[in-house]
Design a protein around this ligand. Structure first.
Ligand code: PMP
Length: 451
Protein backbone atom coordinates (compact mmCIF):
# COMPACT_ATOMS: atom_id res chain seq x y z
CA UNK A 1 0.00 0.00 0.00
CA UNK A 2 1.32 3.43 -0.92
CA UNK A 3 1.65 5.76 2.03
CA UNK A 4 -0.06 9.12 1.86
CA UNK A 5 -0.07 11.99 4.32
CA UNK A 6 -3.38 10.70 5.57
CA UNK A 7 -2.47 7.04 6.02
CA UNK A 8 0.72 7.92 7.88
CA UNK A 9 -1.11 10.48 10.00
CA UNK A 10 -3.67 7.84 10.98
CA UNK A 11 -0.99 5.33 11.91
CA UNK A 12 0.89 7.99 13.85
CA UNK A 13 -2.16 9.07 15.80
CA UNK A 14 -3.00 5.52 16.77
CA UNK A 15 0.36 4.88 18.50
CA UNK A 16 2.24 8.11 19.07
CA UNK A 17 2.14 10.89 21.64
CA UNK A 18 3.84 14.10 20.50
CA UNK A 19 5.64 16.75 22.57
CA UNK A 20 4.15 20.13 23.36
CA UNK A 21 0.84 19.03 21.83
CA UNK A 22 -2.77 18.64 22.91
CA UNK A 23 -3.25 15.47 20.90
CA UNK A 24 -6.97 16.18 20.46
CA UNK A 25 -6.01 19.14 18.25
CA UNK A 26 -5.08 16.60 15.62
CA UNK A 27 -8.73 15.72 15.18
CA UNK A 28 -8.86 18.96 13.17
CA UNK A 29 -5.28 19.84 12.36
CA UNK A 30 -3.48 17.25 10.28
CA UNK A 31 -0.11 16.06 11.53
CA UNK A 32 2.41 16.27 8.71
CA UNK A 33 4.54 13.25 7.84
CA UNK A 34 7.90 14.48 6.58
CA UNK A 35 9.74 12.30 4.14
CA UNK A 36 12.90 14.25 3.60
CA UNK A 37 14.73 17.46 4.20
CA UNK A 38 16.96 19.45 1.88
CA UNK A 39 18.49 22.78 2.82
CA UNK A 40 15.79 25.02 4.28
CA UNK A 41 13.07 22.77 2.90
CA UNK A 42 11.11 19.94 4.46
CA UNK A 43 9.11 17.72 2.13
CA UNK A 44 6.10 15.67 3.14
CA UNK A 45 5.20 12.22 1.90
CA UNK A 46 3.12 13.66 -0.94
CA UNK A 47 5.84 16.05 -2.09
CA UNK A 48 4.53 19.29 -0.52
CA UNK A 49 7.36 21.51 0.66
CA UNK A 50 7.66 23.65 3.79
CA UNK A 51 10.29 26.28 4.41
CA UNK A 52 11.70 25.55 7.85
CA UNK A 53 11.60 29.08 9.26
CA UNK A 54 12.18 27.93 12.85
CA UNK A 55 15.12 25.63 12.17
CA UNK A 56 13.14 22.62 13.46
CA UNK A 57 12.88 23.91 17.04
CA UNK A 58 16.00 26.08 16.75
CA UNK A 59 18.46 23.27 16.16
CA UNK A 60 19.28 23.37 12.48
CA UNK A 61 22.06 25.76 11.44
CA UNK A 62 23.20 24.78 7.96
CA UNK A 63 20.17 23.16 6.42
CA UNK A 64 18.76 19.66 6.32
CA UNK A 65 20.88 16.97 4.68
CA UNK A 66 23.92 19.22 4.78
CA UNK A 67 26.56 17.58 2.54
CA UNK A 68 29.50 18.30 4.88
CA UNK A 69 27.80 16.96 8.01
CA UNK A 70 26.36 14.00 6.08
CA UNK A 71 29.79 12.97 4.85
CA UNK A 72 31.32 13.20 8.32
CA UNK A 73 28.53 11.11 9.80
CA UNK A 74 28.75 8.44 7.10
CA UNK A 75 32.44 8.10 7.85
CA UNK A 76 31.83 7.99 11.60
CA UNK A 77 29.10 5.39 11.20
CA UNK A 78 31.59 2.93 9.75
CA UNK A 79 34.12 3.68 12.48
CA UNK A 80 32.45 3.97 15.88
CA UNK A 81 28.82 4.69 16.72
CA UNK A 82 28.86 4.71 20.52
CA UNK A 83 30.98 3.56 23.42
CA UNK A 84 30.60 3.78 27.18
CA UNK A 85 32.09 7.14 28.20
CA UNK A 86 33.31 6.13 31.67
CA UNK A 87 36.75 4.55 31.48
CA UNK A 88 36.74 4.99 27.69
CA UNK A 89 37.00 7.88 25.31
CA UNK A 90 37.20 8.55 21.56
CA UNK A 91 38.63 11.08 19.16
CA UNK A 92 35.45 12.92 18.16
CA UNK A 93 34.66 13.61 21.84
CA UNK A 94 38.18 14.84 22.52
CA UNK A 95 38.41 16.98 19.40
CA UNK A 96 35.00 18.51 19.98
CA UNK A 97 35.84 19.34 23.61
CA UNK A 98 39.14 20.89 22.51
CA UNK A 99 37.34 22.98 19.91
CA UNK A 100 34.60 24.11 22.31
CA UNK A 101 37.15 25.10 24.94
CA UNK A 102 39.12 27.03 22.33
CA UNK A 103 36.04 28.87 21.04
CA UNK A 104 34.21 29.59 24.27
CA UNK A 105 34.72 32.60 26.54
CA UNK A 106 38.01 32.76 28.40
CA UNK A 107 38.33 30.65 31.52
CA UNK A 108 36.02 27.85 30.38
CA UNK A 109 38.45 24.97 30.10
CA UNK A 110 36.47 21.81 30.89
CA UNK A 111 33.72 20.10 28.93
CA UNK A 112 31.15 17.71 30.41
CA UNK A 113 28.79 16.06 27.92
CA UNK A 114 25.13 15.14 28.28
CA UNK A 115 22.55 14.35 25.63
CA UNK A 116 19.99 17.16 25.50
CA UNK A 117 19.50 20.73 26.67
CA UNK A 118 17.54 19.99 29.83
CA UNK A 119 20.15 17.45 30.89
CA UNK A 120 22.87 20.08 30.46
CA UNK A 121 20.92 22.41 32.74
CA UNK A 122 20.57 19.63 35.33
CA UNK A 123 24.32 19.06 35.14
CA UNK A 124 25.13 22.75 35.63
CA UNK A 125 22.77 23.04 38.61
CA UNK A 126 24.15 19.90 40.25
CA UNK A 127 27.75 20.88 39.57
CA UNK A 128 27.29 24.33 41.07
CA UNK A 129 25.58 22.98 44.20
CA UNK A 130 28.16 20.20 44.52
CA UNK A 131 31.05 22.63 44.06
CA UNK A 132 29.96 24.66 47.09
CA UNK A 133 29.42 21.49 49.09
CA UNK A 134 32.90 20.22 48.24
CA UNK A 135 34.19 23.62 49.39
CA UNK A 136 32.44 23.20 52.74
CA UNK A 137 29.77 25.83 51.93
CA UNK A 138 26.85 23.54 52.61
CA UNK A 139 24.49 26.46 53.29
CA UNK A 140 24.53 27.22 49.55
CA UNK A 141 21.48 25.36 48.23
CA UNK A 142 19.38 27.91 46.30
CA UNK A 143 19.17 28.98 42.69
CA UNK A 144 18.22 32.38 41.36
CA UNK A 145 16.39 32.74 38.08
CA UNK A 146 14.59 35.38 36.01
CA UNK A 147 10.92 35.91 35.46
CA UNK A 148 9.84 34.51 32.07
CA UNK A 149 12.90 32.26 31.77
CA UNK A 150 12.93 28.78 30.24
CA UNK A 151 15.60 26.15 30.78
CA UNK A 152 13.96 22.87 29.82
CA UNK A 153 11.31 20.54 31.15
CA UNK A 154 12.94 17.91 33.33
CA UNK A 155 12.10 18.65 36.96
CA UNK A 156 15.28 20.54 37.89
CA UNK A 157 15.30 22.54 34.67
CA UNK A 158 11.58 23.22 35.00
CA UNK A 159 12.08 24.45 38.56
CA UNK A 160 14.55 27.14 37.45
CA UNK A 161 12.29 28.15 34.56
CA UNK A 162 9.40 30.54 34.94
CA UNK A 163 6.98 30.08 32.03
CA UNK A 164 3.67 29.21 33.71
CA UNK A 165 2.39 27.15 30.78
CA UNK A 166 5.07 24.53 31.33
CA UNK A 167 5.64 24.93 35.04
CA UNK A 168 2.39 25.52 36.88
CA UNK A 169 0.98 21.99 36.73
CA UNK A 170 4.12 20.49 38.19
CA UNK A 171 4.73 23.15 40.85
CA UNK A 172 4.20 20.72 43.78
CA UNK A 173 7.07 18.60 42.48
CA UNK A 174 9.60 21.38 42.01
CA UNK A 175 12.36 22.74 44.23
CA UNK A 176 11.95 26.29 45.48
CA UNK A 177 13.86 28.91 43.56
CA UNK A 178 14.30 32.66 43.92
CA UNK A 179 12.70 34.43 40.96
CA UNK A 180 13.76 37.95 40.07
CA UNK A 181 11.84 40.41 37.86
CA UNK A 182 13.63 40.37 34.52
CA UNK A 183 15.07 42.89 32.05
CA UNK A 184 12.54 42.06 29.27
CA UNK A 185 12.72 45.24 27.16
CA UNK A 186 9.17 44.88 25.86
CA UNK A 187 8.23 46.66 29.08
CA UNK A 188 10.62 49.60 28.81
CA UNK A 189 9.13 53.09 28.93
CA UNK A 190 8.49 54.87 25.61
CA UNK A 191 11.78 56.42 24.53
CA UNK A 192 13.84 54.41 27.02
CA UNK A 193 16.73 52.47 25.46
CA UNK A 194 17.24 48.74 25.91
CA UNK A 195 20.44 49.51 27.79
CA UNK A 196 18.82 52.00 30.16
CA UNK A 197 15.95 49.67 30.92
CA UNK A 198 18.27 46.70 31.41
CA UNK A 199 20.41 48.73 33.84
CA UNK A 200 17.33 49.93 35.70
CA UNK A 201 16.00 46.40 36.06
CA UNK A 202 19.35 45.11 37.19
CA UNK A 203 18.90 46.99 40.47
CA UNK A 204 16.25 44.39 41.39
CA UNK A 205 18.70 41.56 40.71
CA UNK A 206 21.45 43.23 42.72
CA UNK A 207 19.18 43.46 45.75
CA UNK A 208 18.36 39.77 45.55
CA UNK A 209 21.99 38.75 45.12
CA UNK A 210 22.96 40.78 48.15
CA UNK A 211 20.14 39.36 50.23
CA UNK A 212 20.78 35.74 49.28
CA UNK A 213 24.56 35.72 48.94
CA UNK A 214 24.91 33.26 51.83
CA UNK A 215 22.54 30.65 50.45
CA UNK A 216 22.65 31.04 46.66
CA UNK A 217 24.64 28.61 44.54
CA UNK A 218 24.09 30.26 41.17
CA UNK A 219 22.08 32.55 38.95
CA UNK A 220 20.91 30.89 35.76
CA UNK A 221 20.14 33.05 32.75
CA UNK A 222 19.44 32.90 29.01
CA UNK A 223 21.90 35.44 27.59
CA UNK A 224 20.20 38.22 25.57
CA UNK A 225 17.04 36.38 24.48
CA UNK A 226 14.43 34.53 26.53
CA UNK A 227 13.48 32.35 23.63
CA UNK A 228 10.68 30.08 24.86
CA UNK A 229 9.43 33.05 26.89
CA UNK A 230 8.11 34.68 23.69
CA UNK A 231 11.51 35.77 22.32
CA UNK A 232 11.84 38.60 24.83
CA UNK A 233 15.16 40.44 24.63
CA UNK A 234 17.47 42.67 26.65
CA UNK A 235 20.76 44.50 26.44
CA UNK A 236 24.19 42.88 27.01
CA UNK A 237 24.87 45.42 29.79
CA UNK A 238 22.63 43.31 32.03
CA UNK A 239 25.00 40.35 31.66
CA UNK A 240 28.00 42.54 32.35
CA UNK A 241 26.45 43.86 35.56
CA UNK A 242 25.34 40.37 36.54
CA UNK A 243 28.82 38.92 36.08
CA UNK A 244 30.34 41.63 38.28
CA UNK A 245 27.69 41.19 40.97
CA UNK A 246 27.99 37.37 40.97
CA UNK A 247 31.72 37.83 41.60
CA UNK A 248 31.04 40.33 44.33
CA UNK A 249 28.59 38.09 46.16
CA UNK A 250 30.36 34.80 45.48
CA UNK A 251 27.57 33.27 43.41
CA UNK A 252 28.05 31.23 40.23
CA UNK A 253 26.75 32.42 36.89
CA UNK A 254 25.20 29.76 34.63
CA UNK A 255 24.74 30.92 31.03
CA UNK A 256 22.16 28.80 29.24
CA UNK A 257 23.25 29.30 25.62
CA UNK A 258 21.29 26.27 24.44
CA UNK A 259 19.08 28.35 22.14
CA UNK A 260 21.28 31.40 21.48
CA UNK A 261 24.68 29.73 21.08
CA UNK A 262 26.43 29.01 17.78
CA UNK A 263 25.84 32.30 16.03
CA UNK A 264 22.13 32.75 16.66
CA UNK A 265 22.57 36.00 18.60
CA UNK A 266 24.99 37.51 16.09
CA UNK A 267 28.18 36.38 17.84
CA UNK A 268 29.26 32.78 18.23
CA UNK A 269 28.12 32.89 21.86
CA UNK A 270 25.79 35.57 23.21
CA UNK A 271 28.03 36.12 26.28
CA UNK A 272 30.67 37.57 23.96
CA UNK A 273 28.51 40.65 23.42
CA UNK A 274 28.88 41.45 27.11
CA UNK A 275 32.52 40.38 27.15
CA UNK A 276 31.88 38.06 30.06
CA UNK A 277 32.72 34.47 30.97
CA UNK A 278 30.15 32.52 32.96
CA UNK A 279 31.14 29.82 35.45
CA UNK A 280 29.05 27.33 33.49
CA UNK A 281 27.92 27.52 29.89
CA UNK A 282 25.23 25.10 28.66
CA UNK A 283 25.22 24.21 24.96
CA UNK A 284 22.97 21.97 22.87
CA UNK A 285 20.59 22.42 19.88
CA UNK A 286 22.91 23.92 17.21
CA UNK A 287 25.88 22.06 18.70
CA UNK A 288 25.38 19.21 16.22
CA UNK A 289 24.01 21.41 13.44
CA UNK A 290 20.59 20.04 14.33
CA UNK A 291 21.47 16.44 13.55
CA UNK A 292 21.70 14.50 16.79
CA UNK A 293 20.96 15.03 20.47
CA UNK A 294 24.03 16.18 22.35
CA UNK A 295 24.77 18.80 24.98
CA UNK A 296 27.83 20.12 26.73
CA UNK A 297 28.45 22.03 29.93
CA UNK A 298 31.64 24.04 29.88
CA UNK A 299 33.14 25.11 33.16
CA UNK A 300 36.28 26.49 34.77
CA UNK A 301 39.37 24.84 36.14
CA UNK A 302 38.41 26.19 39.55
CA UNK A 303 35.18 24.21 39.50
CA UNK A 304 36.92 21.12 38.12
CA UNK A 305 39.59 21.20 40.82
CA UNK A 306 36.98 21.23 43.59
CA UNK A 307 35.95 17.72 42.53
CA UNK A 308 39.45 16.37 41.87
CA UNK A 309 40.60 14.37 44.87
CA UNK A 310 41.34 10.88 46.18
CA UNK A 311 38.46 8.50 45.58
CA UNK A 312 37.95 7.91 49.31
CA UNK A 313 37.04 11.54 49.83
CA UNK A 314 33.91 11.01 47.71
CA UNK A 315 34.00 14.35 45.95
CA UNK A 316 33.55 13.07 42.40
CA UNK A 317 30.76 14.43 40.23
CA UNK A 318 28.27 11.64 39.62
CA UNK A 319 25.93 12.30 36.75
CA UNK A 320 25.74 9.70 34.07
CA UNK A 321 23.69 9.22 30.95
CA UNK A 322 24.11 6.07 28.85
CA UNK A 323 24.67 8.11 25.71
CA UNK A 324 27.11 10.63 27.25
CA UNK A 325 29.50 11.81 24.54
CA UNK A 326 27.90 9.74 21.78
CA UNK A 327 30.46 9.37 19.00
CA UNK A 328 28.10 10.10 16.11
CA UNK A 329 26.76 13.20 17.82
CA UNK A 330 30.26 14.46 18.64
CA UNK A 331 31.30 13.94 15.04
CA UNK A 332 28.28 15.93 13.86
CA UNK A 333 29.38 18.63 16.31
CA UNK A 334 32.86 18.67 14.86
CA UNK A 335 31.55 18.87 11.30
CA UNK A 336 29.35 21.79 12.38
CA UNK A 337 32.29 23.68 13.87
CA UNK A 338 34.29 22.96 10.69
CA UNK A 339 31.66 24.82 8.70
CA UNK A 340 32.05 27.81 11.02
CA UNK A 341 35.80 27.59 10.48
CA UNK A 342 35.75 27.18 6.72
CA UNK A 343 33.11 29.74 5.82
CA UNK A 344 32.47 33.32 6.98
CA UNK A 345 29.22 32.31 8.67
CA UNK A 346 29.01 35.11 11.24
CA UNK A 347 29.77 37.76 8.60
CA UNK A 348 27.11 36.33 6.29
CA UNK A 349 24.67 36.17 9.18
CA UNK A 350 25.19 39.80 9.96
CA UNK A 351 24.19 40.68 6.39
CA UNK A 352 21.22 38.34 6.55
CA UNK A 353 20.21 39.83 9.90
CA UNK A 354 20.38 43.34 8.44
CA UNK A 355 18.21 42.20 5.54
CA UNK A 356 15.74 40.61 7.95
CA UNK A 357 15.59 43.88 9.90
CA UNK A 358 14.85 45.78 6.71
CA UNK A 359 12.09 43.53 5.43
CA UNK A 360 10.49 42.91 8.83
CA UNK A 361 10.21 46.66 9.50
CA UNK A 362 6.88 46.74 7.66
CA UNK A 363 5.29 44.85 10.55
CA UNK A 364 5.82 47.94 12.70
CA UNK A 365 3.05 49.61 10.72
CA UNK A 366 0.60 46.78 11.24
CA UNK A 367 -2.35 47.80 13.44
CA UNK A 368 -2.05 44.59 15.49
CA UNK A 369 1.68 44.57 16.03
CA UNK A 370 2.97 46.08 19.26
CA UNK A 371 6.65 45.46 18.62
CA UNK A 372 9.10 44.03 16.14
CA UNK A 373 12.35 43.08 17.88
CA UNK A 374 15.54 41.42 16.79
CA UNK A 375 18.73 39.97 18.12
CA UNK A 376 20.98 38.58 15.40
CA UNK A 377 19.21 35.81 13.52
CA UNK A 378 16.04 36.01 15.61
CA UNK A 379 13.20 38.34 14.64
CA UNK A 380 10.00 38.39 16.70
CA UNK A 381 6.68 40.10 16.03
CA UNK A 382 4.36 40.75 18.97
CA UNK A 383 0.75 40.39 17.90
CA UNK A 384 -1.76 42.28 20.05
CA UNK A 385 -5.42 43.17 20.03
CA UNK A 386 -4.74 46.87 20.58
CA UNK A 387 -1.51 48.41 19.37
CA UNK A 388 -1.79 51.45 21.63
CA UNK A 389 -2.76 49.86 24.93
CA UNK A 390 -0.94 46.62 24.06
CA UNK A 391 -3.99 44.71 25.18
CA UNK A 392 -3.37 41.08 24.28
CA UNK A 393 -5.73 38.70 22.55
CA UNK A 394 -7.24 36.20 24.96
CA UNK A 395 -4.99 33.13 24.74
CA UNK A 396 -8.04 30.95 24.15
CA UNK A 397 -8.48 32.53 20.72
CA UNK A 398 -5.19 31.01 19.58
CA UNK A 399 -4.40 33.69 17.03
CA UNK A 400 -0.81 32.48 16.65
CA UNK A 401 -2.13 29.03 15.83
CA UNK A 402 -4.08 30.56 12.95
CA UNK A 403 -0.84 32.05 11.59
CA UNK A 404 0.75 28.61 11.89
CA UNK A 405 -1.98 26.94 9.90
CA UNK A 406 -2.13 29.64 7.26
CA UNK A 407 1.65 29.54 6.79
CA UNK A 408 1.64 25.77 6.42
CA UNK A 409 -0.96 26.04 3.68
CA UNK A 410 1.48 28.38 1.89
CA UNK A 411 4.50 26.15 2.35
CA UNK A 412 6.12 27.77 5.36
CA UNK A 413 6.74 26.29 8.80
CA UNK A 414 6.24 29.10 11.30
CA UNK A 415 5.39 28.04 14.83
CA UNK A 416 4.42 31.07 16.88
CA UNK A 417 4.92 31.11 20.64
CA UNK A 418 1.43 32.10 21.74
CA UNK A 419 0.79 35.30 19.80
CA UNK A 420 4.43 36.00 19.04
CA UNK A 421 5.40 35.17 15.48
CA UNK A 422 9.11 34.75 15.00
CA UNK A 423 11.69 33.88 12.36
CA UNK A 424 14.68 31.80 13.41
CA UNK A 425 15.80 30.32 10.09
CA UNK A 426 18.77 28.15 9.18
CA UNK A 427 21.78 30.31 8.28
CA UNK A 428 21.71 29.14 4.67
CA UNK A 429 18.41 30.87 3.97
CA UNK A 430 18.49 33.24 0.99
CA UNK A 431 17.15 36.78 0.72
CA UNK A 432 14.52 35.55 -1.71
CA UNK A 433 13.35 32.93 0.77
CA UNK A 434 13.29 35.52 3.53
CA UNK A 435 11.07 37.73 1.39
CA UNK A 436 8.67 34.85 0.87
CA UNK A 437 8.68 34.16 4.58
CA UNK A 438 7.82 37.72 5.46
CA UNK A 439 5.02 37.85 2.87
CA UNK A 440 3.48 34.65 4.20
CA UNK A 441 3.78 35.87 7.79
CA UNK A 442 2.12 39.16 6.84
CA UNK A 443 -0.78 37.42 5.11
CA UNK A 444 -1.02 34.93 7.98
CA UNK A 445 -1.33 37.79 10.45
CA UNK A 446 -4.02 39.39 8.30
CA UNK A 447 -5.98 36.15 8.45
CA UNK A 448 -5.37 35.70 12.16
CA UNK A 449 -6.63 39.13 13.21
CA UNK A 450 -9.88 38.93 11.24
CA UNK A 451 -13.02 39.07 13.46
N1 PMP B 1 17.35 25.96 27.62
C1 PMP B 1 16.91 26.76 26.64
C2 PMP B 1 17.29 28.20 26.67
C3 PMP B 1 16.10 26.25 25.63
O1 PMP B 1 15.62 27.07 24.68
C4 PMP B 1 15.79 24.86 25.63
C5 PMP B 1 14.95 24.22 24.54
N2 PMP B 1 13.98 25.00 23.94
C6 PMP B 1 16.29 24.06 26.66
C7 PMP B 1 17.06 24.65 27.64
C8 PMP B 1 15.96 22.61 26.75
O2 PMP B 1 16.60 21.87 25.76
P1 PMP B 1 16.02 20.45 25.33
O3 PMP B 1 14.73 20.73 24.63
O4 PMP B 1 17.05 19.86 24.45
O5 PMP B 1 15.82 19.67 26.60
Amino acid sequence: MVSTNQTLAERDLSVLWHPCTQMKDHENIPIIPIKKGQGVWLEDIEGNRYLDAISSWWVNLFGHANPHINAALKDQLDTLEQVIFAGFTHEPAIQLAEALVALSPKGLSRCFYADNGSAAVEVALKMSFHYWRNKGQTHKTKFITLENSYHGETLGALAVGNVALYKETYAPLLMDVITVPGPDCYYREPGESWADYSIRRFALMEQVLQRHAETACAVIIEPLVQCAGSMRMYDPIYLKLLRAACDKYNIHLIADEIAVGFGRSGTLFACEQAEISPDFMCLSKGLTGGYLPLSAVLTTDQVYQAFYDDYQNLTAFLHSHSYTGNALACRAGLATLEIFQQQPILENNSQLAAFMAKIAARFNEHPNVAEVRQTGMIVAIELVKNKHTRETYPWQERRGQRVYQYALSKGVLLRPLGNVIYFMPPYIITEEQLLMLVDVAWDGIQQAVKD
